[in-house]
Design a protein around this ligand. Structure first.
Ligand SMILES: [Zn+2]
Length: 664
């Protein structure tokens, strides 16, 4: 029994460690899939040993579907804060505070105003029992099952605490996660969220906590209450406690002796805020001393001891003059709004993204409309909405094109997809895009092959696909307009140099659908040469751990296309290296290179994902079924038919212990 107990503890520790790596350190070591596998293993063990389930086990974050949410009345109202929009107003706030303090000394704490939604978390004897939205400030919704899915909210406090404790914080979705969510929604043809804040508040109210869990909400805590009172004598002490209790405390907060220190912090963070992976819309300034907070009290709507300082508006209204369609390397037709230039957060903006046809329909945009635009960390601002009250009647409807504006071929939008694409394989816009992609640093790294040069080469008919780059000589290059002899030589040298980049970078540069940096690496390490990869069947590809059907099919189909086959042949003839690059061979182990492993049964120390990773890192391959080609079967406990088949075929069988020796 104690063995299982230990196993459960080890799994919980491991899951907690990976959660921590993901959220606190932003440095995950395993994939989401592998994480889920660990969780599943723990769940299985706990199911068989229900007496070992504890309130703080990571499995307790997995809830079911709710019918609806119960209202919950806050013990202490969740008030909103007064806003200040410039430094003068901040100084006036300071004057009011000093007057109220009447000569007594005090300090300020400045912290980020996270653009998310407030949650109130109730702990009883250290265990999370309620998670409640702010609602109208007096009553919110009890969304406990959803709050539990937020991995940075401890289910059990990690430090001593009063019997009843309330923690308040701001739940949010990281910008990077938000992008993924929207991409997935768009891929499924569903409605996307306008910004990360909307996605966070929409998510927390979903009835299916499994979806909530997949959205990876996060939370920064900012206050601790014990009963109706603040838990500590200063606000600063909250942060220290919260950290110890296991919360994800935002690192950007500062204790300031006076308002000048606060102003300094505001200015510092304004410069840094675009680099943060979450949205903030200002700084919250609070009196640090709880006794003074209590004494100052509140007006009907907000406390007198706190204020929020808002950064200059990231929104503006302007006129939409026209819509231009850009065609990218995948042939996607992307509408861009051309705007009457307007000043927004310090820069002049004259263009905004409109994403796709549906977005134009959703916004109901007409040419000549007045629109609200917003900048939120993105380089290109977004159109948020049309100000319909400003319409004069001369605005014109917009028709999304049915032809590619670059080559005139039909543009098609497959059923269920949001994106319209040019159907011409050799559309100049696609060729230019592919060349730009091919020469990127992450791919073949051809310096000097810039946008203008690519344009000249494609428009002049010199280059029709990436293989034509290797037919260029110095003379051809230097005969191009605005191309000096010296730069022609440099570009030529760069192109020659790129031949040695190796399989991984070449694969990435070829821009096979769904094959980005990570899959290029996996495929290169697995197959070692373009020839082997091009011969792989969908089954061969799918047998690789981490490669799903979508990627497998896409790779398979890429190599079946005659145009691609010919291009690769030309690249090869030009001397472009078609084998794996030396760099990625460093960790190879000759016991593993080219060997095919099949995993079966349950191992004590590894999930299958972990074992597969160890094998693949060393140059081995993992296949899902045993055949004569199989070199080793790694058999864990309760190995079934695969083990029997391996024995009958005479395939070498490794136990977990032998495997551990093998890899070390
Ligand atoms: Zn086209």
């Amino acid at each position: 029994m104690s063995d299982i107990k230990n196993q459960i503890k080890r799994l919980r520790d491991e899951i907690d460690r990976h959660s921590d790596l993901y959220y606190q350190k932003s440095a995950p070591e395993i994939t989401d899939q592998e994480f889920d596998e660990l969780l599943k293993r723990l769940q299985d063990l706990e199911e068989k040993n229900p007496d070992l389930i504890t309130a703080d086990s990571p499995t307790q974050r997995i809830g079911g579907k709710a019918e609806g949410f119960e209202p919950f009345t806050h013990r202490v109202a969740m008030m909103s804060l007064d806003n200040s929009y410039n430094i003068d107003e901040l100084r006036k706030f300071d004057e009011r505070c000093r007057k109220l303090a009447d000569g007594r000394e005090f300090t300020y704490v400045a912290e980020l105003k996270i653009d998310g939604l407030s949650l109130s978390l109730h702990y009883k004897n250290g265990v999370l029992i309620h998670g409640v939205t702010r609602g109208d400030g007096t009553t919110g919704d009890d969304v406990t099952p959803n709050a539990k899915t937020i991995r940075t909210i401890p289910l059990k406090l990690k430090t001593d605490a009063p019997d009843e404790l309330e923690v308040r914080g701001e739940a949010f979705i990281a910008k990077s996660v938000f992008k993924t969510i929207n991409k997935e929604l768009a891929d499924k043809g569903e409605k996307t969220f306008a910004n990360a804040r909307n996605s966070a508040s929409g998510t927390i109210r979903m009835l299916d906590s499994a979806i909530v869990a997949s959205r990876r909400l996060d939370l920064f805590p900012y206050d601790v209450l014990s009963g109706n009172q603040k838990a500590f004598e200063t606000h600063w002490k909250n942060f220290k406690f919260l950290k110890k209790a296991g919360f994800n405390v935002n690192p950007h907060h500062r204790k300031c002796d006076d308002i000048e220190g606060v102003i300094e912090f505001c200015n510092e963070m304004e410069k840094k805020k675009e680099d943060l992976d979450y949205d903030i819309d200002g700084i919250v300034v609070k009196i640090n001393e709880t006794a003074l907070q209590d004494e100052f009290g509140a007006t009907a709507k907000s406390p007198r001891w706190a204020i929020s300082y808002k950064y200059p508006a990231m929104q503006a209204t302007t006129k939409l003059n026209s819509i231009t369609i850009q065609v990218g390397r995948t042939g996607a037709l992307t509408p861009v709004a051309n705007l009457e230039p307007v000043l927004l957060a310090g820069t002049t903006v004259s263009r905004a993204s409109l994403h796709n046809e549906d977005e134009i329909k959703r916004l109901n945009i007409k040419i000549g409309d007045t629109v609200l635009i917003e900048k939120s960390g993105e380089i290109i601002p977004q159109v948020i909405k049309v100000i319909e009250s400003k319409r004069t009647g001369i605005e014109q409807d917009y028709e999304f094109p049915i032809n590619c504006p670059v080559c005139g071929f039909d543009a098609a939008r497959p059923e269920g997809e949001a994106v319209t694409r040019c159907t011409n394989d050799v559309c100049p816009a696609k060729i230019k895009g592919r060349l730009g992609y091919f020469s990127m640093r992450k791919a073949m790294d051809i310096e000097g092959l810039g946008e203008i040069l690519i344009q000249q080469l494609v428009d002049g008919g010199r280059v029709k696909d990436v293989s034509d780059l290797y037919t260029l000589d110095v003379e051809t290059l230097s005969n191009l307009e605005r191309m000096a002899e010296k730069s022609a030589e440099n570009v030529y040298e760069e192109i020659q140099k790129s031949k040695e980049k190796g399989l991984q970078k070449l694969l990435f540069g070829l821009d096979i659908r769904h094959v980005g940096e990570r899959y290029s690496k996996i495929l290169a390490n697995h197959f070692r040469s373009m020839e082997k990869l091009s011969e792989a069947t969908v089954e061969d590809l799918e047998a690789i751990h981490e490669i799903g059907e979508k990627v497998a099919r896409s790779v398979y189909e890429y190599f079946r296309e005659e145009r691609n086959q010919k291009m690769i042949a030309r690249l090869k003839d030009a001397g472009v290296k078609m084998e794996v690059d030396a760099d990625s061979s460093v960790n190879l182990d000759e016991n593993f290179v080219g060997k095919i492993f099949v995993l079966t049964g349950k191992m004590e120390n590894y999930t299958r994902g972990e074992a597969a990773k160890l094998i693949e890192e060393r140059g081995g391959r993992v296949s899902s079924s045993v055949s004569k080609k199989t070199d080793y079967v790694l058999a864990g406990e309760k190995a079934g038919s695969k083990l029997a088949k391996a024995e009958s075929l005479g395939v070498s069988i490794l136990s977990e212990t032998e495997f551990v020796e093998f890899i070390s």
